[in-house]
Design a protein around this ligand. Sequence first.
Ligand SMILES: NC(=O)C1=CN([C@@H]2O[C@H](COP(=O)(O)OP(=O)(O)OC[C@H]3O[C@@H](n4cnc5c(N)ncnc54)[C@H](O)[C@@H]3O)[C@@H](O)[C@H]2O)[C@H](O)CC1
Ligand SMILES: [K+]
Length: 486
Amino acid sequence: MRLFTSQRMRQADATAVGLGFPSLLLMEAAGRAVAEWVLERFPGRPVAVLCGRGNNGGDGLVAARHLMLAGARVRVFAAEGHSGDAAQMQRALQAHALEPRPLEQWQPQPGEVIVDALFGTGLNRRLEGSWAELVGRINASSCPVVAVDLPSGLPFEPHVRAHSTLVLAALKSEHLFYPWREACGRIVLAGIGMPERSLFQPDLPELLTPQAMAALLPRRSGDAHKGSVGRVLIAGGYANYTGAPALAALGAHRAGAGLVSVAYPAGLELHLPLESVRYPQEHWSPEGLSHVRAEAAAVGMGAGPQAEPAAQAVLSRRIPTVLDADALQPGIVESYARAGTPAVITPHPGEAARLLGSEAASIAASPLEAARTLAERFAGVTVVLKGGPTVLARQRGSGVELAVGTTGNPAMASGGMGDVLSGVIAALLAAGLEPWDAARLGVYLHGLSGDRRGQVGLLAHDLAEELPQARAALERGEVRAFWEWR
Ligand SMILES: NC(=O)C1=CN([C@@H]2O[C@H](COP(=O)(O)OP(=O)(O)OC[C@H]3O[C@@H](n4cnc5c(N)ncnc54)[C@H](O)[C@@H]3O)[C@@H](O)[C@H]2O)[C@H](O)CC1
Ligand SMILES: [K+]
């Protein structure tokens, strides 16, 4: 499943029409889905449908007809000047003796549900004047708003704040990225019958779905033993940063590693899980790690100035490695890329800025672009740019493949969460997954565990404790995506 932009959705729409699919059928399906959602979610409530002059308004006119036919009390207010499909839908409504009133005449009525069909993917600049004023009045009313496709005004200010958004054909960036996502409310995705070929756009970012992620789970055979399911080496820790490697170790254990070994500066007091094996290092060297049994590693958590020697020592093992925290320095990442050792980097925006020599704020503002740039800059390395949502990237052929996480929540904004993620991805690498699969599944499981324990005050080790149940639920097919299907 792919994440669209408004522009790419319009392209898909044009492709469908180019294939001979009548656009009027799409609008009919869209409006019908809106009506069905309103009737299901707000049974018996009167409805005001507010229609713009584009196709989003056309969807609203269809919704009004179906609401009326289902016996709902409907008032319709529409902008002047519909053309094309929307004009036909206006005539269809008028044939049922339902005459839209001018939009300016709309006043909110208590108890009424508002269908926001003012603007969808065709908005090309911020709303101003009477449009901005109308959006202000919608938001000030105490009526629940069902937005058609997008809350009108997004991705700019001002915009409608919706109770729910009935998304047409595919999710668009605004439905996933903050701050816009908060305006969408519940997200309900309606298929509307677009031909599959028009939606086939593999260069768009992949959305991580429960089905696709469940298929990646490493299977365990009946005769599994601790040496056959993946052993992990964690390398980190320095001065008073003793929690980070311990949390990474916990993440690896809870993600199913058969054995977790932790290498750290000798003399450091680490509160490791009882099950971890300790390898104190007098100084970091390939020899010091040569006898540690591991198929994958994670390095950098709390390593401070020791990150460089620790990363070079681990690199000598030539095993797939997660580079996190202090190991996220251009020189270290480049040395892994040059050596051709499979590497996954897991920066947050601040660390990504350090890698790219840019600003954290600009990275957080355009994470898809930033992840793409990281994948181009460090060719061959798998990028996990952490955030809400996390974005993944890797170079593939002459282009960059992108993916976007669909799990996780703001309760996960606390120290140590990233260390757990490193351990999880390392465990999946050790189990034999390719870096791209280990990174996507690791991000998904980590966020899913956070969602299952989603209260503020969640600690990183609470999240780690949830990993086995999250994984089992995913395996049993019990996990649902955050959007609902219609
Ligand atoms: N395949 C699908 O997903 C389908 C989507 N449908 C619906 O169509 C809209 C997109 O319709 P479109 O006509 O392209 O655009 P809008 O209705 O969003 O609005 C365009 C309208 O608004 C004008 N405009 C743009 N920006 C502004 C502004 N800032 N202020 C004032 N006016 C503005 C622009 O010039 C146009 O006149 C999509 O979201 C779905 O709801 C189909 O119905 C079914 C298939
Ligand atoms: K809308």
